[in-house]
Ligand binder design. Structure first.
Ligand code: SF4
Ligand code: SF4
Length: 92
């Protein structure tokens, strides 16, 4: 039986770096009307807090870069995790 996308993502292993490899400039996010990051991140790591500000958690990042190319306000400071950290893809 074919695995769902959620089941496939659950196979991945993450080695978490205490240093965030992606950070967001929240003041830029407040100017951003479309907030594409909320919709394009395949791991759903961008959310809105109670005040309507964008919140971001780098844990579980798939390192795909989609958020970077979709951020029209250039609010992201984006890099790959340091060597030895980040996602390790597993294919079952
Ligand atoms: S798309 Fe960029 S500027 Fe807009 S809310 Fe997301 S991270 Fe912030
Ligand atoms: S690199 Fe991909 S998985 Fe990581 S936060 Fe950006 S869109 Fe989400």
């Amino acid at each position: 039986m074919a695995l769902s996308m959620e089941q496939k993502l659950a196979l991945n292993v993450y080695k978490l770096d205490k240093e965030a490899h992606i950070t967001i400039d929240k003041s830029a996010c407040r100017r951003c009307g479309d907030k594409y990051c909320l919709r394009v991140c395949p791991a759903h790591l961008f959310t809105l807090d109670d005040k309507g500000d964008v919140d971001f958690n780098y844990e579980g990042c798939l390192e795909c870069g989609t958020c970077l190319i979709s951020c029209i306000e250039c609010a992201l400071s984006w890099s790959y995790p340091r060597g030895g950290f980040g996602v390790e893809y597993r294919f079952g």
